[in-house]
Design a protein around this ligand. Structure first.
Ligand code: NAD
Length: 510
């Protein structure tokens, strides 16, 4: 594995962030409550002010008030706000990508991809604003019509994770606004600058199309803000993206007040590689899914389940590909693996590797730390491949770092059983040229995940399909397809135009 020789200085990164923010129209709110940092050097960029309980209360009251008007604004008119947001995202694509790279450490191409995803969901939501539809259902009574109508839900509280610091907000916000909801966003405390930029652009869009500012609010700070949103009955839907630990706390609390939640939590994604697989394609797909984003996607490939007959060949090709991975400065066009978000994440990775070895695992490639002298407070790591004989405790957990466990199988039934034998259920894939195998993997007795792919890795979903997972991944669906229904409330209507009262099930009364 190669390493970039130099890293930008923290002063360079601070100046670059300030310039991007300035072009977007954000003046950084200085404070001492917490810091915006960069994983590129591990250093602090700016001191920031956090929202307190009174700010959260004010944001809830304002967005609730704004909802009362927004819900009756015609949906295509609501779409105009989202269209304008999409235009502004296009105009500032490069600046937004800079902020994502500076705060989340994504390589340039992936940071630009994240902004493109935001633009795509805006396009989708603009179309949606003219297609919110319900069904008409056959009534059992003559002269009656049964219909289903969909209404705006209320204020949506969006709690988001560091690793998709902007796209997750846009998936929720573009769709929620088109659906007639207002939005409060509590981003990760690790990515405040990109949040300020997105918030500013939505403000600008609202001003440009003449929509009240209070259709959305941003609250910077720690989980206490999230907890306030979770417990407040005025927040109709809590859409929370993050670890399963967070979801375990948020889900029951929202349910206790009969609120709705949409939980997008951790994954432990696997790919099955069958003997008929095109290995060139498989190697490319596996390396991107396992080592891309430094293993910090919820859909990162964490387990490889390979047919015994091709295991040695595939492992040799993967270790060769891993040996060439350029690690280092995410702004350098040649880099493919940027930093982990914090040194705490590095500790988590090293702990997982120690446990994996104690549980019988053998490291086949990578696992070392890089650039520790140049940036001691940053966490650059070599993506690692670990051979395991069984799915031990550590293999069944999500370690948010580029650790790929390799297992072997003899029959497809065994591969599918191994695949499904983890608590999480987000993304999955099979590499095969055998159609029967592919169809079986996608069938009810195949993958138990919310996403199941063929001849492509586990990560990198398009916005057109609904995104989400099963089991401990939380069960939510966001983004495309009919995920919009989570942001609206249905009403069933019975309309009697017969001129006489007929009761259902032939009941007679009076
Ligand atoms: P995290 O759980 O530490 O934090 C996520 C967000 O939840 C933050 O904004 C945090 O402040 C907030 N939070 C934490 N505890 C809370 C509580 N008790 N009440 C209210 N809010 C609370 O996650 P992270 O480290 O930022 O992100 C990485 C995790 O997110 C990984 O597990 C990854 O798989 C997951 N993730 C899932 C998806 C998905 O769509 N399934 C997408 C991205 C990330």
């Amino acid at each position: 594995m190669t390493t970039t020789r130099t890293l930008p200085t923290t002063d360079d990164l601070r100046a670059r962030a300030r310039a991007a923010l300035k072009r977007i129209g954000v003046s950084v709110p200085e404070g001492t409550d917490f810091a915006a940092r960069t994983p590129i050097t591990g250093d602090e960029l700016f001191g920031l002010a956090a929202a307190g309980p009174a700010d959260t209360e004010a944001a809830i009251a304002a967005t609730r008030e704004a909802f009362l008007t927004w819900r009756t604004t015609p949906a295509p008119r609501r779409g105009e706000l989202v269209r304008r947001l999409g235009e502004l995202l296009r105009d500032h694509k490069s600046d937004l990508a800079d902020l994502i790279t500076i705060e989340a450490g994504k390589i340039r191409s992936e940071a630009l991809g994240e902004v493109q995803e935001m633009i795509d969901i805006c396009d989708f939501a603009v179309g949606l604003s003219r297609q919110l539809y319900g069904r008409t259902i056959a009534s059992e009574r003559p002269g009656h019509r049964l219909a289903e109508t969909w209404h705006p839900l209320g204020v949506v509280g969006v709690i988001s994770a560091f690793n998709f610091p902007a796209a997750v907000w846009s998936w929720n916000t573009a769709v929620a606004l088109a659906c007639g909801d207002t939005v409060i966003w509590k981003p990760s405390e690790l990515t405040p600058l990109i949040s300020l930029a997105c918030d500013r652009l939505l403000d600008q869009a609202a001003e440009d199309v003449g929509v009240p500012r209070d259709v959305h609010r941003l609250l910077l700070g720690d989980r206490a803000i999230g907890e306030q949103l979770v417990d407040d009955a005025r927040i109709a839907l809590v859409s929370a993206t993050g670890s399963t630990r967070m979801g375990r706390e948020v889900g029951p609390r929202v349910a206790a007040r009969f609120g709705r939640s949409l939980l997008e939590l951790g994954g432990n994604n696997a790919a099955v590689v069958a003997p008929s697989a095109d290995l060139d394609l498989a190697v490319q797909g596996i390396v991107f899914a396992a080592a891309g984003t430094a293993g910090q996607r919820c859909t990162t490939l964490r387990r490889l389940i390979v047919h015994r007959d091709i295991a040695d060949t595939l492992i040799a090709r993967l270790t060769a590909a891993y040996a060439k991975l350029p690690i280092g400065d995410p702004f350098d066009e040649s880099t493919l693996v940027g930093p982990l978000i914090t040194t705490k994440a590095l500790d988590g990775m090293q702990d997982a590797l120690t446990r994996a070895q104690a549980q019988g695992g053998k490291i086949l490639a990578g696992g070392g730390r890089r650039l520790a002298d140049a940036a001691p407070r940053a966490a650059y790591v070599e993506p690692v491949i670990v051979r395991v004989d069984e799915q031990t405790e550590v293999v069944r957990e999500e370690t948010f770092a580029p650790v790929l466990y390799v297992l072997t199988y003899d029959s497809l039934a065994e591969a599918i059983a191994l695949h499904n034998d983890v608590p999480q259920g987000l993304s999955s894939s099979i590499f095969t040229r055998d159609q029967q195998e592919a169809e079986l993997f996608l069938s009810a007795e195949g993958s138990d995940c919310g996403i199941a792919n063929v001849n492509i890795g586990t990560s990198g979903a398009e916005i057109g399909g609904a995104f989400g997972g099963e089991k401990e991944t939380g069960g939510g669906r966001e983004s495309g397809s009919d995920a919009w229904r989570a942001y609206m409330r249905p009403a069933t209507n019975t309309i009697n135009y017969s001129g006489r009262l007929a009761l259902a099930q032939n009941v007679s009364f009076l």
